[in-house]
Design a protein around this ligand. Structure first.
Ligand SMILES: Nc1ncnc2c1ncn2[C@@H]1O[C@H](COP(=O)(O)OP(=O)(O)OP(=O)(O)O)[C@@H](O)[C@H]1O
Length: 317
């Protein structure tokens, strides 16, 4: 994506590209409605891209967590995956970066709502959930969790640049980047700033219903257009296993075959499914360490399989 020449839609035939030194000055620019903007705008790639590359040099796997729709459990799955990865090997360092600027959930999901981040000479220090698990979110910077963030694209872009380039993670094995639903400003900013930082790929979270899968298809298309490697799809809330009789029910029925069938059709890896467990929702709502509270949940068994598939995909890179 970074190598493509950026040209506005209404550009003349021989437009040199908005980032070219010739932008606004070439003979083809005469009469172009963008001429003045092009000749005065700063040229070349955003210097933030190099800063992000340097900062994330010591992070082995950088993974974007995406979802087409809101509420499918992307933040919960990010939190569960990070805890599972951290618990699977105490030598591995794992971190979560929450770039859902307008709806940051990670402080609650990770059970660290009242914490604050500190700034030092080497950047922002993330909040530590465990010795080998840290998290950074705009939620830590708000005066109150009820404060609304009403920002336009450029301000969100600046915040994401800061998050990606100024957090002092130390040496990390996994950085999971929790994004807002859809394909919005935050995604474009993240993809741009990570364009030279060797992004490992994306995990897409969905629920089984067609209404959610429709939006996942768009997410897959976004990844393909922006050349992001798709590590795989996780289907969340696939079934509900009754804790009394162990009977399985499909609360969100997969009328079109669910995520696994969609993955086969679109030739995308399927990482596995997670059941719906009310204990998970309760624990996250109460901002508790959900791993402690769901030690007997089928979610943990299912999570093991997903972590195994995800780490295998990362190792392929
Ligand atoms: N497997 C699960 N079992 C039970 N509850 C779940 C499960 N996954 C997520 N939830 C619950 O579903 C709700 C939505 O989850 P979450 O906030 O993670 O979704 P999201 O996709 O990140 O939403 P958004 O992107 O809109 O912020 C939360 O209350 C969460 O606790």
């Amino acid at each position: 994506m970074a190598s493509e020449v950026a040209r506005p839609e209404n550009a003349p035939q021989h437009c040199p590209g908005t980032e070219s030194e010739e932008a606004g000055k070439a003979s083809a620019c005469a009469g172009c409605p963008n001429q003045q903007i092009c000749s005065t705008a700063p040229k070349g790639p955003d210097p933030g891209i190099a800063l992000v590359k340097d900062r994330l040099e010591a992070v082995q796997y950088k993974i974007l967590i995406l979802s087409g729709k809101g509420g499918v459990g992307k933040s919960t799955v990010t939190g569960l995956l990070s805890r599972a990865l951290a618990k699977s090997d105490s030598e591995k360092n794992v971190a979560v970066l929450d770039i859902d600027i307008c709806g940051p959930s990670q402080p609650r999901v990770m059970g660290v709502v009242d914490e604050q981040v500190h700034q030092s000479g080497s950047g922002w220090s993330p909040v530590y959930v465990d010795d080998n698990l840290s998290v950074m979110s705009i939620g830590f910077l708000l005066g109150s969790p009820d404060d609304a963030i009403i920002w336009r694209g450029p301000k969100k872009n600046g915040m994401i640049k800061q998050f990606l380039s100024e957090v002092d993670w130390g040496k990390l094995d996994y950085l999971l980047i929790d994004t807002p639903p859809g394909t919005s400003d935050e995604h474009l900013s993240a993809v741009t700033y990570l364009s030279q930082a060797n992004l490992t790929g994306a995990v897409i979270v969905t629920t089984p219903q067609e209404v959610a899968l429709l939006d996942v298809r768009k997410e897959i298309d976004f990844c393909r257009k922006t050349k992001i490697n798709i590590l795989g799809v996780v289907e969340n809330m696939s079934e509900f296993i009754c804790p009394c009789c162990q009977k399985s029910s499909q609360i969100f029925k997969a009328n079109t075959g669910g995520a696994e069938k969609m993955c086969q059709d679109l030739n995308v890896p399927f990482l596995g499914s997670l059941p719906l467990d009310p204990k998970v929702a309760k624990s996250c709502d109460n901002a508790n360490d959900c791993f402690e509270e769901i030690s007997d949940s089928p979610v943990l068994t299912a999570l093991e399989n997903i972590v195994k598939n995800l780490t295998a995909k990362c190792n392929e890179k």
